[in-house]
Write a protein that binds this ligand. Structure first.
Ligand SMILES: Nc1ncnc2c1ncn2[C@@H]1O[C@H](COP(=O)(O)OP(=O)(O)OP(=O)(O)O)[C@@H](O)[C@H]1O
Length: 268
């Protein structure tokens, strides 16, 4: 198991647009120690820098100030699921999975496709799948690589609520069995509180950490548990002034986000 430490991470992007001279700071002085085997969820409004933080941790963004250090002084094996699935369009789903897997991994790849509820789609080309299905294939591909650190950018967005519920439970089962360290980004507070061992909220404007809570509750969790309910209330209070995000449906169309997460927040 691998842990990581973020020390004073600050990310500024150059000014955009003619006449704009001020740099844009999206993350400011983010310092965190993430325990080996933790399941950390990062929440925050759209544009606050959640994806940027994942990209910095993944080593895909080098333009930041600060430091990322690993608990064992070695570069971990990192699996990342991006918001866009990034499957090779000319390869079938199973071949996309096997592209970066060890030889002889076909049976395991099929098991993982089953886990993400894509059994029977292994020979389809990515374009024959919906956006949500492609994202699930990308999740299976990341799991097959057996990463020490799994970085997930909204992996369950746009799924219908029943399927999302099942996949959450599969994801927790995978985490408990394998104990990779997970850092996940989500807009869904209930998802954050149901799944993770720690929730971190980033504040708009300042780009700093607004909330950092560990969740020492066993799984499966119930949102009616007082400790969970209290944390949800705290997150809702924080988010009162956040600009409304938008999301993408299973069919890949932009849709107003009056959907799952909001409904679930309202009904709990
Ligand atoms: N390469 C870049 N150059 C300039 N600005 C960038 C770059 N990458 C990200 N940004 C800006 O940084 C901000 C944070 O982007 P990021 O994608 O990390 O936000 P986010 O919190 O993940 O948003 P969302 O929830 O909508 O995915 C955005 O305003 C974005 O436009």
């Amino acid at each position: 198991m691998i842990g990581l430490t973020l020390e004073g991470i600050t990310r500024r992007f150059p000014a955009e647009g003619p006449g704009e001279t001020t740099e844009k700071t999206v993350l400011q002085d983010i310092s965190l120690a993430i325990e080996p085997g933790a399941f950390v969820t990062v929440v925050g409004p759209s544009g606050v820098g959640k994806t940027t933080l994942l990209r910095i941790i993944a080593g895909l963004d080098h333009g930041f100030q600060g430091r990322v250090a690993w608990s064992e002084n070695r570069q971990p094996k990192i699996g990342m699921v991006f918001q866009e699935p990034r499957l090779a369009p000319w390869l079938s789903v199973i071949d996309n999975l096997l592209l970066i897997a060890a030889p002889g991994a076909r049976a395991e790849a099929l098991d993982l496709l089953d886990l993400v509820e894509l059994a029977g789609s292994e020979n389809a080309l990515p374009r024959q799948l919906s956006g949500g299905m492609q994202r699930r294939a990308a999740l299976a591909r990341a799991l097959l690589a057996k990463p020490d650190l799994l970085l997930l950018d909204e992996p369950l967005i746009s799924l219908d609520s029943t399927r999302a519920e099942r996949l959450r439970s599969h994801l927790v089962g995978y985490w408990q069995a394998r104990k990779p360290t997970i850092v996940m980004v989500t807009h869904d507070f209930v998802e954050a509180v149901e799944l993770s061992s720690r929730v971190i909220a980033l504040a708009p404007e300042s780009g700093r950490i607004a909330l950092d809570r560990t969740i020492p509750l066993p799984h499966p969790r119930r949102v009616t548990d007082p400790a969970e309910a209290a944390l949800l209330d705290e997150l809702r209070d924080l988010a009162r002034d956040w600009p409304a995000p938008s999301h993408t449906t299973e069919e890949g169309e932009a849709a107003p986000r009056a959907s799952n997460a909001a409904m679930r927040l309202l009904t709990i």
